[in-house]
Design a binder for this molecule. Structure first.
Ligand code: HPA
Ligand code: ZN
Length: 336
């Protein structure tokens, strides 16, 4: 097996995936029709043509507009199942999936409608394909902290059905420190916490996410290479970064994949993982990310093994589960 075949075939986890960002244009149009919504794009092709982003905000504007077609429990079920079907094809055995309740509750969709739809999709994938999933509730950082605290209050009756908390949306001008009180309350639930940091924002935001929010992983974090002491810290403290290569190129964090900082992160011993972020918008799913990275860097089986192993080790499942999955990964490698 060559290195690319191994990378695609081996069991792995996806740890950075916004379920709303897996809404393909075809499904968006189908849901708009099913829900009788006047969707502001003429065709699937016209919508895809709008996927021409200059930065994070230009993407987020479209991402929130498209989320408007998600109205019913069935819609969230269909969205989840469609993503998991694609992920399975790339041998993702476990996915920790972000959802943005504020995007939906602000439109009058009850929190429980969103949650039940996503859970039902996940249950179908578990039953049909044995896939494991976790749900991570993400707060929208462009909104005031008080609104995020209200969202947490709304989520509390369902806390046993949620597996962690995250922070996403517009990064610049919304530092982690804005959410100190919110994350203190999140951590008090005993669930793990993560935050997007160092995607467009500076390395200082990564330090803040670690020191103030006390996150268990950093989402993106690719700008850490600008701060040598931070890189050292991430490596020695085994802090995982959920890196999203195609996303970073599509949002112009890097002009070309060859300029991506993944090789520097790996060389420094940082626990980096590969993920798809918003696959419907950024040119693809886990496998597409792997192919794009391999085309740029031509890594060997050892490096791809490290990346897959990092993804399983950095997941929020019990240690025994990780050990069992790593044994599966080792068996796959033995055949490579
Ligand atoms: N960054 C920040 N917020 C997001 C993203 C992202 O890549 N995708 C969806 N919300
Ligand atoms: Zn993201």
């Amino acid at each position: 097996m060559n290195a690319l075949d191994f990378a695609l075939a081996c069991p792995k986890a996806e740890l950075h995936l916004h379920i709303e960002g897996s809404l393909e244009p075809e499904l968006a149009f189908a849901l708009a029709q099913r829900n009788g919504i006047d969707f502001p794009f003429a065709s699937v092709e016209a919508l895809r043509a709008a996927y021409n982003f200059s930065d994070l905000q230009s993407f987020l504007d479209l991402y929130y507009a498209c989320a408007d077609v998600l109205r019913t429990e069935e819609d969230f079920h269909d969205l989840m199942l469609a993503y998991l079907r694609r992920a399975k094809a790339d041998n993702v055995i476990h996915a920790e999936i972000f959802f943005d309740p504020q995007t939906h509750t602000a439109r009058g969709i009850p929190f429980e409608t969103v949650l039940r739809g996503l859970e039902r999709g996940a249950a179908t994938a578990q039953a049909q394909w044995g896939m494991s999933t976790r749900l991570i509730l993400c707060f929208l950082r462009h909104l005031p902290e008080d609104e995020c605290l209200a969202c947490l209050d709304e989520a509390m009756p369902f806390i046993h059905r949620i597996h962690g908390f995250g922070l996403d949306s517009s990064e610049k001008g919304h530092p982690p420190s804005k959410f100190a009180r919110l994350f203190e309350r999140c951590r008090a639930t005993g669930l793990p916490v993560v935050a997007h940091a160092g995607e467009e924002g500076p390395p200082a935001y990564i330090h803040e996410a670690l020191d103030i929010l006390k996150v268990d992983r950093i989402d993106h974090g690719v700008r850490a290479v600008e701060d040598a002491a931070l890189i050292q810290r991430l490596a020695t403290q085994h802090i995982a970064l959920t890196v999203c290569p195609l996303s970073n190129v599509r949002l112009c964090i890097f002009q070309k994949m060859e300029q991506h900082t993944l090789p520097q992160l790996l060389a420094a011993g940082v626990r980096a993982t590969i993920n798809s972020d918003d696959p419907a918008y950024f040119g693809g799913y886990m496998g597409d990310n792997i192919r794009a990275v391999q085309a740029a860097f031509n890594w060997n089986v050892d490096t791809w093994y490290t990346l897959a192993r990092n993804s399983l080790e950095a997941s929020f499942v019990p240690a025994e589960q990780k050990t069992a999955w790593i044994a599966q990964l080792d068996a796959c490698r033995a055949q490579a």
